[in-house]
Design a protein around this ligand. Structure first.
Ligand code: FES
Ligand code: FES
Length: 220
């Protein structure tokens, strides 16, 4: 049977330097570190191998230089070159010269940059131009047809729903999209449709009145 003295001697032995200058404890600690290091290096090698394999077999790498893309904007296919980091809003206002779309917060918080993507509203500052693909983009410039303003645009003018105008294109795109999917909305529907839009000029009551007025002729 092991006595307390035996156990104490074992513990002392753990810390006593051997002929090599290493105690048993420090030798075991060093071995554990070497093993852990080898494991980390092994995992890193696997990650590098995987990345190399994906680089060979994965989709082509785009950028960092200019990338040629084609966008269908307001029914017309436009070819342009953009950096991969370019947002749709930047592409519209820059190379495409469609400055009706505004950039205010540039981080998806105000909806000033709202356009339609296949008929659904999106914040164009939150979408990369290279990710649009074959989907059709409609901007504020594409709403008027044959020289006639869209009913929502005309109603905004009629109901004085524009002050500085910075939020207005985005507001119009959301209100027009609402009428596309809900021809006779209630005031609550309009409020919900513009709930993500920030208007520092406080045009909300006028925007709601204009949208309800734009919907009215459709009831006949
Ligand atoms: S500019 Fe895009 S959400 Fe504000
Ligand atoms: S009209 Fe000025 S921010 Fe809305």
């Amino acid at each position: 049977m092991r006595t307390d003295a035996d156990i104490r001697r074992d513990i002392d032995d753990e810390d006593r330097p051997a002929a090599t200058g290493l105690s048993r404890r420090s030798f075991l600690q060093g071995s554990a570190l070497v093993t852990a290091g080898a494991t980390v290096l092994g995992a890193a090698a696997v990650i590098v191998e995987r990345a190399q394999a994906e680089a060979v077999s994965g989709p082509p790498v785009m950028g960092p230089g200019m990338v040629p893309i084609a966008l269908e904007i307001n029914g017309v296919t436009r070819a342009l070159q953009v950096e991969p980091r370019t947002t749709l809003a930047e592409a519209l206002r820059g190379p495409l010269n469609l400055t009706g779309t505004k950039i205010a917060c540039n981080r998806g918080a105000c909806s000033a940059c709202t356009v339609w993507l296949d008929g659904a509203t999106v914040s164009s500052c939150m979408l990369l131009a290279i990710d649009v693909g074959a989907r059709s983009v409609t901007t504020i410039e594409g709403l008027a047809k044959d020289g006639q303003l869209h009913p929502v645009q005309a109603a905004f003018i009629e109901h004085d729903a524009v002050q500085c105008g910075f939020c207005t294109p985005g507001m119009v795109m959301s209100c027009a999209a609402l009428l596309e999917r809900l021809p006779h909305p209630s005031a609550a529907d309009v409020r919900a449709a513009i709930s993500g839009h920030l208007c520092r000029c406080g045009t909300y009551p006028h925007v709601i009145a204009a949208t309800l007025a734009a919907a009215a002729p459709r009831k006949a």
